[in-house]
Design a protein around this ligand. Structure first.
Ligand code: SF4
Length: 764
């Protein structure tokens, strides 16, 4: 690992969940600058593709906001630098005291990995076990748990849409031209738009940059997607275009679903959703007549009214038309690490889920092991004995990303103990008792694996490009040392594993299985045990990859056929897979699925798609009232999209607004005709107000916006200081404006894409 190596080094972009493979050239005065970033042609899925954002990765790696010392909050609210040993011992003591006094279940955990920063999360699991933590959330449970619930109920696993090979592709609430969120997004858009045999349908209120490539743009009214999709399904059903033989063979309880859509007025639903009935029917016919169809949704609907219902409707469109388990449709993949664990629970005879884990105070639903972050402040700010008393935040910024930041700040300061582990002093870290500076994603072994590619899926273990910045520490070591400072294991308790590890992998494997059988702590804190016992025997600096060895063993056991197709079979399959992952500079294909397995993996006795989700079908019935779930009003006449992706917005890994230099990205965008009615001009300083808060912002014009809608970009309003230590205006902090109360009935996810708002000229 040389810091002055002029060669291009393989790693991945961490600015969206696609995590394209990139090659970085280091340079500059200290050899630590990213002077060149190019696509990695050897990467199995991105294959050299990158978007405009990757070139700016140096703004993440060499940010002025990097933390260089553990920090402790003093009684006056100021932070003081302290040494690592003191910080880790005090943190261990305080967490142990809370566990003793209130129980480990009163310690909540948020995060476990920012985008591209996931290996630390594996070790966080051991710390959670050591503490007895029961409740965990992450940014993903702010968006995708409704979808996970639908996947789990209907299919029983995570699926991938084979958009690149579909005759007809559809995006719902997704603008991949700007936000990516699929491999090779712009290449895909160019190809499909040029192919006369293929069609693209885009459903989005805004004429997005993706819609420019579409054959059909369904410019639905904000918050009315459920009516548009129900109308599409109803038209297909009523036109007798369903593949009944395929449904009989592959689906169960579909007739109940069909009956519901027989009784829907397609024209009424189309009109109510703002779509001309003829256009809605044209889209429905295109889907029903296609040989293959694949659909992807994103946070445009996952953080909007009826979000879980809309996910269900999206999958009904695909599955009722037979688009599953064949090329160019949807297929179930296997993963080394499940991004969103399948969470199938038994249902009653009527098709309703019988029970679900919930948060103790608010009763918020826990889906795929995650509670909705949207309930966090409410769960904390009460006098109930069962409320949380401490919170660990790792590589996440909930005070910035969850609704109603003001309430969250109050909630954080009301807790007995709070800890943030991050590379920077984030908006969340600023309200925590201790802040520990993590090494950056490019200074330690890291993993990317989010896209659920199908049939071949990948895992990318990334070697560090640089040595850790001074006085920073990788999360695996942070977790290990807190566990040790709590005296979790007796002295000598892991000696037999240390000895076995020195004898070789076979001896280690045998001893590990024996220990897991006899010592519950070993099984419960497996990642920690691997890190401390196997880790030191791996090549120097590779200790943190020990957890991947464990994951590889489990993967080949659970997915022997898929792993064998990728070349990993026999008694050494797990070790071979691990070696391949560690030795490859780019991502590795870990397994290949077949289309038949998309059915055989469905965890129901009949291996059939479960079309009935009774709770959601009941919701379809309520749509017949033609009443929006949430609406604008005289007081708040606009629907605000609180967080859209623009050319230079990404996740919040980059804090320095200069990364988008020269680009006006922070403005509130309004259709010029709306502005004219309010006598507002482009560049005016305006106040945007919602029931939760107010903010001042520059006004920009966007004639792609639907009339009556306004938008602000995601990821703005972060605290950042320039070279003169002067705070920089970084735009509107969207969650000063959003409400935690406007949330999905099933998953608790918030409606950030529909916030009733007003805009007026002036200053706060
Ligand atoms: S932002 Fe996303 S699509 Fe763009 S280069 Fe990075 S990972 Fe790839």
């Amino acid at each position: 690992m040389a810091t002055l190596d002029p060669e291009l080094k393989s790693t991945a972009c961490n600015l969206c969940f696609v995590n394209c493979g990139v090659k970085v050239k280091l340079g500059g005065e200290d050899g630590r600058e990213f002077v060149k970033v190019v696509g990695d042609k050897d990467h199995p899925t991105s294959a050299g593709y990158i978007c405009n954002k990757a070139a700016r990765l140096d703004f993440y790696q060499n940010s002025k906001a990097r933390l260089t010392s553990p920090m402790k909050r003093m009684p006056n609210g100021e932070y003081e630098a302290i040494d690592w040993d003191t910080a880790l011992q005090e943190i261990a003591d305080k967490l142990s005291a809370i566990k003793t006094k209130h129980g480990g279940d009163k310690i909540f955990y948020y995060g476990g990995g920012g985008q591209g920063n996931h290996l630390g999360g594996a070790y966080g699991a051991s710390l959670r076990s050591a503490l007895g933590v029961r409740y965990k959330a992450s940014a993903i449970s702010q968006e995708k748990t409704g979808l996970a619930w639908v996947f789990s109920r209907m299919i029983g696993g995570m699926v991938h849409a084979e958009l690149h090979h579909a005759e007809v592709a559809m995006f719902v609430g997704k603008n991949p031209f700007m936000s990516n969120g699929m491999d090779q997004a712009r290449t895909f858009l160019r190809k499909i738009s040029k192919d006369p045999k293929r069609k693209l349908i885009v459903m989005d209120p805004r004429r997005t940059e993706t819609a420019d490539y579409a054959d059909i743009h369904l410019a639905v009214k904000p918050g009315r997607d459920a009516w548009c999709l129900s109308g599409i399904i109803a038209h297909i059903v009523q036109s007798n275009k369903l593949p009944m033989q395929w449904l009989e063979q592959h689906a169960s309880q579909y007739q109940t679903v069909i009956d519901t859509f027989q009784n829907i007025s397609v024209d009424d639903f189309a009109n109510f959703s703002g779509i001309a009935p003829a256009q809605l029917k044209e889209a429905a016919d295109v889907i029903a007549d296609a040989e293959t169809f694949a659909l992807e949704e994103d946070i445009g609907i996952q953080m909007a009214p009826h979000s879980t219902l809309v996910s269900y409707l999206n999958f009904l469109v695909a599955l009722l038309t037979g688009n599953y388990g064949k090329p160019g449709t949807m297929g179930m993949t296997t993963q080394l690490v499940e991004v969103l664990a399948t969470d199938f629970r038994p249902v009653d005879d009527d098709g309703r889920e019988i029970s679900r884990r919930t948060l103790p105070v608010t009763g918020a639903p826990i889906i795929s092991g995650l509670f909705p972050g949207n309930f966090l402040a409410e769960e904390i700010l009460n006098e109930d004995e069962r409320r949380p008393r401490a919170l660990i935040v790792e590589s996440s910024n909930p005070i910035h990303s969850l609704s109603n930041a003001k309430e969250l700040r109050k909630a954080f300061r009301s807790l007995e103990f709070t800890l943030a582990i991050d590379v920077a002093m984030t908006e969340t870290a600023m309200y925590c008792d201790y802040v520990l500076p993590a090494s950056s994603q490019y200074e330690k072994w890291e993993a990317t694996f989010f896209p659920r590619n199908f049939p071949a899926n990948i895992f990318h273990l990334r070697e560090p490009l640089l040595s850790p910045a001074e006085n920073t520490m990788g999360e695996p070591e942070i977790h290990a040392r807190i566990i040790e400072n709590m005296n979790t294991f007796e002295p000598g308790e892991l000696d037999s594993l240390h000895t076995a590890a020195k004898l070789g992998i076979d001896a280690y494997q045998a001893e590990l299985f024996a220990q897991m059988g006899s010592n519950k702590k070993v099984a419960k804190m497996l990642s920690y045990v691997l890190y401390r016992t196997l880790g030191p025997t791996l090549a120097k600096g590779q200790e943190a990859t020990a957890a991947v060895w464990g994951l590889a063993q489990v993967y080949v056991l659970k997915n022997a056929t898929e792993a064998a197709r990728a070349g990993f079979s026999g008694p050494s399959a797990g070790n071979d897979l691990f070696r391949a992952i560690v030795d490859s500079p780019t991502a590795v294909v870990i397994g290949e699925s077949s289309y038949e397995e998309s059915f055989s993996r469905i965890p129901h006795p009949d291996n059939k798609l479960q079309m009935l989700i009774r709770e959601l079908l009941d919701e379809v019935e309520t749509l017949k009232d033609l009443t929006p779930l949430i609406d604008t009003s005289e007081k708040f006449p606009f629907s605000l999209v609180a967080g859209v992706r623009r050319a230079y917005t990404a996740n919040c890994n980059i804090r320095d607004p200069q990364w988008a230099k020269g680009k006006a990205l922070t403005a509130l965008m309004m259709h010029p005709e709306d502005a004219e009615k309010l006598q507002l001009h482009e560049g005016d300083r305006v106040v945007v107000e919602t029931e939760t808060g107010r903010a001042e912002v520059d006004l920009g014009f966007d004639d792609r916006n639907k009339l009556g809608t306004i938008s602000i970009p995601n990821g703005q309003g972060m605290v950042f200081f320039d070279d003169q230590q002067k705070e920089v205006d970084t735009g509107v902090y969207a969650n000063e404006l959003t409400s935690a109360q406007h949330r999905d009935k099933f998953a608790g996810t918030p409606f950030h894409k529909f916030v009733p708002a007003k805009v007026s000229l002036g200053n706060l």
